[in-house]
Design a protein around this ligand. Structure first.
Ligand code: SF4
Length: 481
């Protein structure tokens, strides 16, 4: 089905099927049904966009489907500056918007890189509120001051790094940062301390795809027999060459105690064309998965869709190539204000992922990342959404809503806090396996708190007091035996 306009089927419509102004596709909350009948969900998650959407962009207007849906065109024509954005969009974008974006990029920890695919899916009639624009292109007018307790490497990945580019925090699994580049750059990247080019504000710790560095990581993994599971990330493995994927994958499969690993990539969400037209690369990936199966080991792909609009008919075709090769694909979303913090949007995303054979695995509460405070939600938003989404699809397709605690306590379920003061926005978590006996925090965005509490966060002593009170309350509520 072809959907025109910016809200491609992410709505469960009111009974009339259209909002009061007659526009189809606006997300509307159905009236509460107090009977015992189950909630009615529509099937708009199946309405994948299938039109020639790129032709609305002046620079792409004359491209055929074959030209546009070629991975070489996509990677060679990413927009990496506001000057290029103006060239590509021409009259579709205003001078005021470009100035706002230019000022926004000056404060970003990530350099600009947007694929033609993503750029074409943005509604350029209303870019200020578009969920895809929000993720990739900062606007200075929307930025909020960073939380005062925030740090650049907020999860302290480097603190748990015994070897450059390997984080070993959990007993049986480790994170292997194979490279430091990606097909696009997300402005909210948790790994902004390392990924992408240096920016005005951040000189990065670079992890190039060098064989020497990889060998040191393999040596560490071989020497640590407690490791069974490796996340190969970066950066993004979409940018590895086919022979690098084969080498890396087969080396991990050769280590007896490694029983499973996952390749993490945002690629299918931002450049699905690679799965359709880069046959060597796809064969390298599916070859490793197949070799793993032959050795009774599990190799999966973990991807990163955040909004239903990112999933089109082209995405479906691309993912079908992985399905045909028997590759398990799971998704990890990041919860973001103005992107997917709406019940109907999140339900649609979860069901649409299932429809295209991707298992919704995690929804992460947004990490405390520099320069994107306006994207973070409160913990309460995640708790609410989790309750509203559960039941919309089968339990094995229900993502777990989690957060990664500040400072390296690891992942905790959003309902698993020891104490959560919704007034001050301070949540406290224990981490009995990763860091027994220690407490870890998550702090809600300050601009969502009351004016009186916002004042207290501006004062260093009051700030310390709010945190100390929360930690003490959490100790008092200790439910452990
Ligand atoms: S693709 Fe992943 S690693 Fe790369 S910038 Fe986005 S979130 Fe960060």
């Amino acid at each position: 089905m072809t959907i025109h306009g910016s809200q491609q089927g992410c709505a469960e419509l009111s009974d009339a099927g259209a909002s009061s102004d007659g526009s189809v596709g606006r997300c509307t909350e159905p009236a509460e049904d107090l009977t015992m009948a189950p909630a009615r969900l529509d099937n708009t998650h199946r309405d994948l966009r299938d039109d020639e959407f790129w032709r609305a962009i002046p620079a792409y207007a004359d491209l055929t489907a074959a030209e546009f849906h070629d991975h070489r065109f996509q990677s060679r024509n990413c927009v990496t500056s506001i000057r290029k954005l103006r060239e590509v969009l021409g009259p579709r974008v205003s001078d005021a918007f470009c100035k706002d974006a230019e000022a926004g990029t000056m404060h970003s920890t990530m350099s600009l890189r947007i694929s033609p695919y993503i750029l074409s899916l943005i509604d350029w009639d209303a870019p200020e509120t578009d969920p895809l624009r929000t993720q990739f292109l900062p606007l200075a007018s929307r930025l909020r001051p960073d939380h005062p307790e925030l740090a650049l490497d907020s999860l302290n990945e480097q603190g748990d790094s015994p070897v450059e580019g390997l984080t070993h925090r959990y007993h049986d699994r480790a994170l292997f940062l194979a490279l430091d580049t990606c097909p696009v750059y997300c402005r909210f990247c948790t790994r902004s301390y390392s990924v992408g080019l240096d920016t005005e504000d951040v000189e990065k710790v670079h992890f190039g795809a060098s064989s020497d560095r990889w060998e040191r990581i393999f040596d560490y993994i071989r020497a640590h027999e407690e490791l069974e599971d490796i996340v190969v990330s970066g950066g993004d493995m979409y940018n590895l060459r086919a022979e690098q994927i084969t080498y890396l994958g087969n080396t991990l499969l050769d280590i007896d105690h490694i029983r499973r690993f996952r390749f993490a990539t945002k690629g299918p969400a931002v450049m699905p064309q690679k799965l359709l037209t880069d046959d060597d690369w796809l064969s390298a990936l599916t070859g490793v998965v197949e070799e793993g199966r032959r050795r009774h080991k599990l190799v999966a792909v973990h991807t990163h869709f955040n909004h239903p609009n990112e999933i089109t008919q082209v995405t479906h075709q691309a993912l079908n190539r992985l399905v045909e090769a028997g590759v398990t694909v799971r998704n990890q979303s990041v919860l973001q204000r103005g992107v997917n913090d709406d019940v109907q949007v999140m339900r649609c995303l979860v069901r649409r992922l299932g429809y295209v054979s991707v298992q919704p695995y995690y929804v992460f509460v947004h990490d405390m990342v520099r320069g994107v405070e306006e994207l973070r939600t409160s913990l309460q938003t995640a708790i609410h959404l989790e309750k509203q989404v559960r039941g919309a699809t089968a339990g094995y397709h229900m993502p777990t809503f989690i957060l990664d605690t500040m400072g390296g306590g690891g992942k905790r379920h959003v309902h698993g806090h020891e104490h959560y003061d919704r007034t001050t926005g301070v949540a406290v978590f224990d981490s009995p396996v990763v860091r027994p006996g220690q407490q870890f925090l998550y702090l809600d965005p300050i601009d969502e708190l009351s004016p009186e509490v916002q004042q207290r966060w501006a004062d260093a002593d009051a700030r310390r007091q709010m945190i100390d009170d929360a930690l003490a309350s959490a100790r008092g509520s200790d439910r452990s035996p």
